[in-house]
Design a protein around this ligand. Structure first.
Ligand SMILES: [Zn+2]
Length: 349
């Protein structure tokens, strides 16, 4: 049997190992040049057919050839592994000079911000925050506020009744149509004096349009103490109007009717766009005044419903939607924008 040229076998193996471009190719070169089926393996197998002297001589050379090739293989493998690791490092390198990825930041909704701002103004005047349930009884929402079941003013806010079990009659529970029931709950909770501001959600069966939402927010102001007069009310509301709309503002009171006050007034603020002149002003429609809120001296029946004696104490109340002052000051034309949740708009105001 012809013996392959061992030097040529080693030379071919070394070339294949040196030329292997990557670790996969190197494994193939190992198979081709060092396995039992390789040329070298073939030489090794041929040893058995030789006499002892020749076998010892060739065996030594085969071992040397194998050692040489294995050393080459190990060296090349180390080289290729280093290259691979380097490539991985390059691929995963962090460029610390790149600007960071900033996650989008949330913002406080304009309605919440307006509530906070108005509440802060009244806290500055010595008031505290009061709250009440959004599902109210007819008594707290209407009757205790001087709106008996047959009162015509009810139709203005005739609303969303809850047909509940719980031992209550149908029509006895209502989604509150105003924050005014908090007046009664506050008076019932403790003796006068009372100085509270009560923000919260209200519900009316209104179709949404540019100036109405079926779910909206109100803020209620109630002060009850000995000897409070309309002058106290006017001074308080003037302080509020100036804090919210600017120091130069004036307010005026126009007689109006709300069942839970007597006397009652619409409160206007002098226009903060035209300064009250009204000339060519679209915001106040040339009036110089903008309707701001409803107010009045707390009706004796309401004081009694709260457990107070109208001969001992008097008080004033005022209330407005939250959306309205925000729309006035920001120039927002359509109230529905407030519930659209369009992030482009929400982040711009
Ligand atoms: Zn104006």
């Amino acid at each position: 049997m012809p013996t392959p040229d061992l030097d040529a076998v080693v030379a071919a193996g070394r070339r294949a190992i040196a030329d292997a471009p990557d670790l996969d190719a190197l494994r193939e070169a190992e198979q081709a040049h060092l396995s039992r089926r390789s040329a070298l393996g073939e030489v090794q197998r041929s040893l058995g057919g030789l006499d002892e002297a020749a076998r010892r001589d060739l065996g030594r050379r085969v071992n040397q050839a194998r050692t040489t090739l294995q050393a080459e293989l190990a060296a090349r493998r180390a080289e290729l592994e280093a290259e691979r690791d380097q490539a991985l490092l390059e691929a995963e390198r962090v460029d610390v000079t790149l600007p960071g990825r900033v996650p989008p930041r949330g913002a406080i909704h304009p309605v919440t911000r307006t509530i906070d701002e108005i509440v802060d103004i009244f806290i500055g005047l010595g008031y505290r925050v009061a709250e009440g349930p959004e599902v109210e009884t007819d008594w707290y929402n209407f009757q205790a506020l001087n709106l008996p079941p047959d009162h015509p003013a009810r139709s203005m806010q005739d609303s969303l009744y809850i047909d509940s079990g719980n031992g209550r009659e149908a029509g006895e529970l209502v989604l509150r149509t105003q924050t005014s029931p908090v007046q009664i709950r506050t008076m019932q909770a403790g003796p006068p004096p009372v100085y509270v501001v009560a923000p919260g959600r209200c519900y009316r069966a209104d179709t949404p349009d540019a100036t109405h939402l079926p779910v909206f927010n109100q803020i209620e102001v109630l002060a009850v103490d000995r000897g409070l007069t309309m002058a106290d009310m006017k001074g308080t509301l003037l302080a509020f109007a100036r804090a919210y709309f600017g120091e130069e503002r004036q307010i005026r009171l126009r007689p109006s009717y709300f069942p839970f006050v007597e006397p009652g007034a619409e409160v206007d603020v002098s226009c903060f766009i035209c300064g009250g002149t009204g000339e060519g002003c679209r915001t106040c429609r040339g009036e110089g005044w903008i309707e701001l809120l409803g107010a009045g001296m707390v009706h004796p029946n309401v004081l009694r419903a709260g457990g107070y004696d109208p001969d001992e104490v008097s008080g004033f109340a005022a209330g407005t939607g939250i959306e309205r002052p925000f729309m006035l000051r920001s120039g927002l034309a359509d109230m529905r924008t407030l519930t659209d949740n369009d992030v482009r708009w929400l982040t711009s105001v």
